[in-house]
Design a protein around this ligand. Structure first.
Ligand code: NAI
Length: 407
């Protein structure tokens, strides 16, 4: 990389602390933070001079400490955005729109906008809210966060519990964007050795291969026949998967693969082979950590990476738990996950009985209406990032640059 680059991190949570801190420790980066939520900017700015401590848990159980210091934390986009070369969105997907609206007046040509993670429909939202300005940008969509992390003390101390080995990212370049360098080099420079950033074929692949099918499918499988009585302990989320849940998840995954294959036939020259079945994905990504690879259910039940992870539950009185349907497994992974997936399948003419069944139950828990029968015509489609919300047709999604989007 030539010269010093300005990296702006949007957000003030676990991931934002890590990214802003890791960026700040790289000599060729000026690291800024924009956080719009509540009084986060003021609270973090007070701590800025003392620096940020990142504790990294290594694979062998030891810990490394990184002392670092972003150069600016603000809630004012007018201070943060001008001059930014890369703008990372490191917030839950429901907060993306707010950040797009805040940066829109100040964003400069040739900015790289990065969803870390992007969640489904990030590109649609970007084009919709930045308008013509999106044409002069490149959008990078990461499939997840590079690490598992949690804040220990706001503005002061954050912990990275583990890094992924590889992380997929797709890119979409606006027709007026003149960025010539490889836009995945900078994120790799910030992450360091791990994870290795892997370019994914196209942004629709990133949506169809994403793992947000797991949470809604497992929630539906677990709780749709629940009798409403509180449980005395929290059930395991992944390792507690039963046959029915595995069958549902596998069915949804089959529909994603079928959608990718249908699109490949409809769009000449397009390679969607990165969209693979969720069972194959588990074997590829967690191979060493799975002790029984017989089928999807056993692979998830015996995946060490999932040790101790339980269902999102609310304790209604001491020792009595009920499922928390407001948690991001539904509130994020349905409108910015499986609903856009369904939308793409619908545009490709692929029928999705499993996905429809899961969405129908999830939307009732969210008190929303996205799907009516098997069509995305519900009154709350505006709260999702399905292509139908923006009136896109299949051909609009694949022209290779942003100008195909409606402005
Ligand atoms: P987080 O839960 O720490 O995010 C909280 C932050 O979001 C707040 O500090 C605030 O800046 C912002 N926020 C919260 N409510 C808001 C509101 N009403 N309006 C505007 N902003 C609001 O998120 P985290 O953990 O950093 O995760 C970011 C994304 O990465 C999420 O999509 C998460 O699902 C995903 N992810 C997180 C992992 C982790 O280990 N933390 C691992 C894998 C994915």
């Amino acid at each position: 990389m030539d010269g010093k680059l300005v990296v702006l991190t949007c957000g003030g949570g676990n991931g934002a602390h890590c990214l802003a801190g890791l960026s700040a420790m790289r000599p060729k980066i000026e690291s800024r933070v924009l956080t719009l939520y509540s009084d986060e900017a003021e609270r973090w700015a007070v701590e800025l001079d003392s620096g940020l401590l990142i504790t990294v848990r290594n694979d062998d159980g030891s810990k490394s400490l990184i002392k670092t210091k972003p150069s600016m934390v603000t809630k004012d986009p007018q201070n943060a955005v001008p001059g930014a070369n890369y703008i990372f969105f490191v917030v839950p997907a429901f907060a993306h729109a707010q950040y797009f609206e805040a940066i829109a007046p100040y964003i400069e040509d040739n900015t790289v906008i990065v969803g870390l993670p992007s969640h489904a429909g990030f590109e649609f939202e970007c084009a919709d809210l930045l308008g013509e300005k999106a044409n002069a940008c490149t959008i990078v969509a990461f499939e997840s966060l590079p690490f598992v992390c949690r804040l220990i003390e706001f503005g002061k101390n954050v912990e990275i519990l583990g890094f992924k080995d590889t992380l997929g990212a797709s890119t979409l370049k606006g027709k007026r964007c003149n960025v010539t360098q490889s836009v995945l080099e900078l994120p790799q420079y910030i992450f360091g050795d791990r994870p290795k950033v892997r370019r994914v074929q196209n942004y629709i692949t990133t949506i169809l291969m994403a793992k947000f099918i797991v949470h809604p499918s497992l929630m539906y499988g677990k709780w749709s026949q629940w009798d409403g009585r509180p449980l005395s302990e929290k059930p395991l989320f992944y390792q507690g998967i039963d046959k029915r849940q595995a069958e549902l998840l596998s069915g949804v995954s089959d529909e994603c693969v079928a959608t990718a294959k249908a699109i490949e036939k409809m769009v000449p020259g397009l390679d969607m082979s990165d969209v693979i079945h969720v069972f194959d994905w588990y074997l590829n990504y967690y191979g060493d950590q799975i002790s029984d690879k017989s089928n999807l259910m056993t692979a998830m039940r015996t995946n060490k990476a999932y040790d101790g992870l339980d269902h999102p539950m609310k304790e209604i009185e001491p020792g009595k738990y009920v499922p928390d349907f407001t948690y991001r497994y539904l509130s994020e992974d349905v409108p910015m996950g499986i609903v856009p997936m369904k939308g793409i399948a619908e545009l490709a003419g692929v029928s999705t009985p499993y996905l429809d069944e899961v969405i129908t139950w999830c939307q009732s828990k969210l008190n929303k209406e996205f799907l009516v029968g098997n069509k995305l015509t519900g009154k709350d489609l505006k709260d999702t990032r399905a292509p139908q919300k923006y009136d896109y047709k299949l051909e609009d999604l694949f022209s290779g640059n942003l100008n195909s989007f409606r402005y």
